[in-house]
Design a binder for this molecule. Structure first.
Ligand code: FAD
Length: 377
């Protein structure tokens, strides 16, 4: 795993505005994910590093101690706008960003590859949590010779402050699209996805054409900091939730003090396919009252009928609580592959009927109340 690219990026951060830590650096900016085969060595390593501070004591904290005091972020002017930034860079004039790092997120036994990609946008392409960037892969569009490729959208997996907390980067969670010939079962590289492979193969320093940001459906409603947010994801659909959770539980944002409940349901194939699991597990330890996390591993776990455990089966296990929370105004989000929605809707309908409720009426009420947020692709 390409740990080194990330771990060498020095970042000035302060914790809870503690001046003594202002000149510290994060040795590791990749908070909370690791090669699956390694030990769960979560370490946020704060060291006094600038020349002026060399005489001060070196301060090393494990994440266990460090994660409660939240991480200071800047510039706080990113909180000022009343509306989210939209379409700052269009397809005809994209912004040229730079790849900071590409890190494989999944273990060896995961089917397929998913990468965490950090892009430096120099603060020029600001965004809000839940928005997407467009990426134009290099090369010519084979369907329109002489023209660039079509833009592909990717949900942003970081907060507006980025993984280095300085408002200059955005992170993407990209699954490499690979084509297998249905007859031979063999991979056909000529038909592999253009943009996802470009991103997963890119190297620190490579240039990347960005458009956007775009999307309002998955913006995190912040009017009530004590609200409940039920987040349902399959695979890379977890991207916007990683951003939400960092904003809720990791960052010290003076204008958003989260005191509600965030409940994540994540569906993937197996343990090796879990994404950002260390980061989420840490929130469970540190914020048991504010965070719940349920994983559905379709190839490892069985549902109550002995079938594969899909994310809707996990929701069904907790359907009483989920329905009560929705009745009390909880937001519910769905993000991931399009194919996830029919199974989920079917389960929710079944549960509603068992409760003597009409799902159609409930759904239209949830939509009317702006509690229902879906972004599938
Ligand atoms: P393309 O080149 O567009 O190919 C698409 C598919 O067709 C691939 O599976 C490819 O293998 C197959 N294919 C290519 N040629 C042939 C052929 N001749 N015959 C048959 N099949 C062929 N994706 C993520 O990974 N992470 C995200 O966070 C994410 N967020 C998204 C958010 C939104 C709002 C939307 C709309 C999409 C999002 N996507 C995300 C999906 C992403 O935009 C791309 O669609 C995806 O990465 C595939 O793009 P590609 O260029 O790699 O594949």
């Amino acid at each position: 795993m390409a740990h080194s690219a990330l771990s060498q990026v020095p970042v000035a951060v302060s914790v809870n505005n503690d001046v003594s830590l202002r000149k510290s650096v994060f040795k590791s900016t990749h908070v909370g994910f690791r090669e699956k085969s390694r030990t769960s060595s979560l370490s946020l390593d704060f060291r006094v590093a600038s020349s002026q501070s060399r005489n001060r004591p070196v301060l090393c904290m494990s994440v266990q101690q460090a994660s409660k005091p939240k991480v200071a972020v800047s510039p706080l002017s990113l909180e000022d706008a009343k509306e989210p930034p939209m379409h700052l860079f269009k397809n005809k004039e994209p912004y040229t960003g730079t790849i900071v790092s590409v890190e494989r997120l999944v273990g060896q036994n995961a089917p397929g590859e998913t990468c965490h990609i950090v892009i430096d946008h120099g603060g020029k392409v600001p965004y809000w949590e839940g928005q997407s960037y467009g990426i134009i892969p290099p090369g010519e569009n084979p369907k329109k010779p002489g023209n660039p490729h079509n833009v592909r959208l990717y949900s942003i997996a970081s907060t507006r402050y980025g993984d280095s907390f300085d408002g200059k980067t955005a992170s993407l969670c990209v699954r490499r699209a690979v084509y297998y010939d249905p007859e031979t079962g063999k991979e056909d590289p000529s038909k592999n996805g253009v943009c996802s492979n470009f991103l997963c193969d890119s190297k620190p320093g490579d240039k990347v054409q960005i458009t956007g940001p775009s999307g309002k459906i998955m913006l995190l409603p912040e009017d009530n900091p004590n609200a409940t947010h039920i987040m349902i994801a399959t695979g890379t659909g977890v991207a916007p939730y990683r951003g939400y959770l960092r904003r809720m539980l990791m960052e010290n944002v003076p204008t958003f003090k989260f005191g509600g409940l965030a409940w994540l349901f994540l569906g993937v194939a197996n343990t090796d396919s879990l994404l950002y699991d260390d980061e989420f597990s840490k929130y469970l330890e540190d914020y048991p009252d504010n965070f719940r996390f349920d994983r559905a591993l379709s190839r490892e776990q069985k549902n109550k009928n002995g079938g594969k455990m899909y994310v809707q089966d996990k929701i069904e296990e907790y359907s009483d609580e989920v329905f009560k929370l929705l009745d009390n105004g909880a937001h519910i989000y769905f993000c991931g592959l399009k194919g996830m929605m029919p199974g989920i809707q079917e389960t929710l309908k079944k549960v509603a009927e068992q409760r003597g409720e009409s799902w159609e009426e409930k759904l239209s009420q949830l939509k009317k109340n702006k509690q229902w947020h879906v972004e599938v692709y």
